[in-house]
Structure formats: structure tokens, C-alpha cells
Ligand binder design. Structure first.
Ligand code: GRF
Length: 220
């Protein structure tokens, strides 16, 4: 059996994305092992989920540090101590510094609940509704120095419905997050992902979906 990719998951909240990764590791559809889960919030549900699954977990509270850089240095050390090869941000609500990116070059990924480059930042489901977008979705991207700006690995699209609230749209998007994040990690575990500037290629290529979707649907 080939060696599993050692990942470190960083989360701030409930940890449903973490759970989807745990589940895929457990059913062996993901050739990765979660070496450590780190949360910046003591009450984070993600810590509980990690403990339940018997995964090493740590709270490193950003409030205990006087600067972003010091916090990042502590998190980077913890990840390195655990032998982490890929850092997976899963609802991690802190902006990471260059120190972090330099420690794991092209080895930090994030999931964002919008179709980047539209709607980076926070409260993006409400922003998509307020803008009148007909589609939103989620994006897994590599993390660079900006906020939600790095090269895109995989995206899923969902319709925005007429009666959507931020909550109903978030739930529709989250369902897709749970599908594409483990998939993105698996592609990296298989060494199939290559970054060239903004382009991310997958080799061998995955079958591409070639049909267009229209919302509202065409009447024919
Ligand atoms: C997800 O929507 C993620 O995209 C965003 O925060 C949410 C975290 O959800 N950054 P969970 O903690 O994984 O349930």
C-alpha cells in the first residue's frame, strides 16, 4: 500500500468539512491521514469531531498571541511537529501570513463558499443573493498572499433560487463543499495536481463536464 498523505486540518467552527474528510479517510476513498486538527477557538465543534474520531487535536487560541505572525509561527510549528505535508483550511476564519505560506509553499489549500473570483471575503452567500447572481457555489484553491485569490483547483456550481436566504443557499453550497474538498485532497495525494501561474492542471486529466446549465431553466 502506498504511503498516505499526512494532512493538517485548520478549523474555527463546526467542522462539517472536517467531518467529510474524516469520513472519506475512514472509508478509504481518500489516501490521506489527518495528522492533526488545530482550532483557534476553544469551543470549536471541529475539536470534538477530531476527538471522537481519535485524531490528535489542539486548540491554539489566537487571542493568546500579540501578533498574527506569532500566532502563525505557533501553528506552523505544531503542523511541522506532526509531520504535515498538506495544510487544509476548513472554515478557518483567520488570515494567514506569508510566514505560513513560506513554510508550506503550494501546500496550503482553502475552501470558499462562492464561485471565485466572485465574492471573496465574508458573508458571501448573502452577497450573492443581494447581487442577484443566478449561480453560486464553492471553490477549492491554493492559498497565496491574498484573501481568496490563489489558483483554483476545483469548483462546484449551485443555483441561487428565488426564495433563498443566506442560510438555505449556504446549506446547498455546503453539501457540495463536502463532495469537492475530499476530491481535491485525493487529487493532490495522487500527485496529479500541478500549478503553473494561475493555472492548475490535473494529470492525468479528469473528465470535464461539458454541458451548460441555465438558471432559470429554459422552457422548451
Ligand atoms: C464553510 O462554508 C466554508 O466554506 C467556510 O466556512 C464554512 C465552514 O463550515 N469557509 P464547517 O465548519 O466546515 O462546517
Amino acid at each position: 500500500m502506498s504511503k498516505k498523505l499526512r494532512i493538517g486540518v485548520l478549523a474555527s467552527g463546526g467542522g462539517t468539512n472536517l467531518q467529510s474528510i474524516i469520513d472519506r479517510c475512514q472509508d478509504d476513498s481518500l489516501d490521506a491521514e489527518i495528522a492533526v486538527v488545530i482550532c483557534n477557538n476553544p469551543g470549536a465543534g471541529a475539536l470534538e469531531r477530531a476527538a471522537q474520531a481519535g485524531i490528535a487535536n489542539r486548540c491554539i487560541n489566537h487571542r493568546d498571541f500579540s501578533s498574527r505572525g506569532d500566532f502563525d509561527t505557533a501553528v506552523v510549528s505544531a503542523l511541522q511537529e506532526s509531520g504535515v505535508e498538506l495544510v487544509v483550511l476548513a472554515g478557518f476564519m483567520r488570515i494567514i501570513t506569508q510566514t505560513f505560506i513560506d513554510a508550506f509553499p503550494d501546500r496550503v489549500i482553502n475552501i470558499h463558499p462562492a464561485l471565485l473570483p466572485s465574492f471573496p471575503g465574508l458573508h458571501v452567500q448573502q452577497q450573492a443573493i443581494d447581487y442577484g447572481a443566478r449561480f453560486s457555489g464553492c471553490t477549492v484553491h491554493f492559498v497565496d498572499g491574498g484573501v481568496d485569490t490563489g489558483p483554483i483547483l476545483i469548483q462546484a456550481v449551485v443555483p441561487v433560487l428565488q426564495d433563498d436566504t443566506a442560510e438555505t443557499l449556504a446549506a446547498r453550497i455546503l453539501e457540495q463543499e463536502h463532495r469537492i474538498y475530499p476530491r481535491a485532497i485525493q487529487l493532490i495525494a495522487e500527485n496529479r495536481v500541478h500549478i503553473n501561474g494561475r493555472q492548475v492542471s490535473i494529470d492525468p486529466a479528469c473528465p470535464a463536464s461539458r454541458s451548460a446549465i441555465v438558471n432559470p431553466a429554459l422552457e422548451d
